[in-house]
Design a protein. Sequence first.
Length: 269
Amino acid sequence: MTTDLLLQATDLKKSYGAVQALRGVDFSVARGETIALVGDNGAGKSTLVKILSGAIQPTSGSMRFDGKDIAISSTEVARRLGIETVYQDLGLCDNLTVAENIFLGREQIRRVGPFTFLKTAEMRRRAEEVLRDLSVNVPRVTASVAGLSGGQRQAVSLARARLWERSMVLLDEPTAALGVQETKRAMDGVRKIQAEGISVVLITHNMPMVMEMSDRVVVMRRGEKVGDVPTSMLNADAVVSLITGARERWIEPATTPFRSRRAEAGAVL
Ligand SMILES: Nc1ncnc2c1ncn2[C@@H]1O[C@H](COP(=O)(O)OP(=O)(O)OP(=O)(O)O)[C@@H](O)[C@H]1O
Ligand SMILES: [Mg+2]
């Protein structure tokens, strides 16, 4: 039987000395599903996403991915599973060009006898193609990423996620420092990733984005999951009351099989 669940984390705990950043969190993501992960500052959102991206290890808990028990012991393991993480400012190498960043760790090579050559022209062409596809203006793919704006850096990360057939993309506050236009572009980029059936975990404090982009909202408060509800059952006020604690808890049992709101609406994206 193939499972609808792409990722299933059970009873995740993470302590930093006396600080319990996660106090036994269950978290699952279905194939093609977009989760908005929300909560106040320090609630544990980034900690959860860092565990899923292999950047840090949980103190305890278990994970299944694609129906198999796994440990995401490094960012390399996460990448091999098809998990890509997009941060606002991290994750790109400033000393490399746009194209080099997109192909980092997956350089295309040609072998001629004992020699290997980088397919530089080919990589540039494909980098340009995928950026055009995301409708972003990046000066040149041969430019260093050091001089790019937040939105352009974001686009380079999204391009990488898009080009490499990811199964899941984690976005930690992707639009925190972006202007209105750049936020709109970043959201369009996320929509294209959604349209390809890639699962998305989106951390944001932007309530309209939560309501508009997600299939399900997961609310964290002080290291605990206090909300896990299909977005169609919620409004922004209900989400805020879970974030603040005005409403103690709302966990809906998972519905299977998961149907994306986009699929349901027959939306053309
Ligand atoms: N490396 C660390 N060392 C010690 N404590 C940490 C570390 N990283 C996070 N914490 C603590 O763990 C808790 C959860 O932090 P986390 O970064 O996951 O919150 P968050 O929900 O992402 O918040 P924000 O909305 O501010 O980004 C906080 O109390 C934080 O201070
Ligand atoms: Mg955070």
